[in-house]
Ligand binder design. Sequence first.
Ligand SMILES: [Zn+2]
Length: 321
Amino acid sequence: MKKELLENTWSPSATYDFAEDAKHLKRKFNYSWLETYSPWLAYSRHQKGAFCKYCTLFPPNPNSFRGVLGSFIIRPFCKFKDIHEHCKKHMETHFHKMALEAAKSFLGSVPVDLQLNKYSRGIIEENRKIITSIISCITFCGSHDLALRGKHYGEGILEDLYKLRIDAGDLVLKKHIEHGKKNASYRSIAIQNEIIAICGDVIKADIVKKVKEAEAYSVLADETADISGTEQLSIGLRYFDEEANEVQEMFVGFVELKGLDAKSIAYCIDEFLTKEDLNPADKCVGFGFDGCSTMSVKDGGVQAILRKKIYQSTVLSLLVP
Ligand SMILES: [Zn+2]
């Protein structure tokens, strides 16, 4: 039945008396519109108005269309004076595109859900391109030590980089910035910070993976206070990178310090190494600290505590088969 309706939709002849149907209206239906808005526009002689055959046969969720938009679907469209405007609007709607895909798949006997997925996939692909452009601008700022934002919203290096990409022909980003949904612009400060954090995680994971592959590594740590006065420990790892065939020293992150005494610092380093699953007992072969006494003093310093702990665990792992 659906197939029959889709393939052999009734169509008025060129000489059909549209004026008779539109006696009560200011303007009558024009036969050429069927051609202009082919293949979806159909005319119903019973309802005396225009319909979208796809949306009628593959109706969208009633919540997704309202007002005039519903008029091609649940009631005939009769405001022929404004037909072009409304047809264009209708063709742009999400549900019309879904219905079109559904009809195509139905006729091509491809399962409907698969074809619907194709439309969703298109949206996902486009979103991926948008987010890739945005991430690339953010990582550019990161790798060149540039501040992302300016004094006011919508200015700063990051916004300028977007403009540069658009000038260079990034049409997807252009469309997104000019016409994208305002509640999903991916340009808010919160999203920028989230992307920075995710980039940090990815980079750290990459370094940690290489350190795990290496036979041994050393830890480089230094205590420092951040702008808010919170004491932080910066942690770096030194290892042999087989791929690059050289020794690398990489910063892997800051850890907040609970205290400034040797015990707290040693605990933080140990916790970091254990959390990253770096197997310090077997692979950590050295520590690099600055000359500060808390770090390196011979007996109660961070170095001494860690050495003792790691030495003990080595002994333990030798004892337990
Ligand atoms: Zn439609």
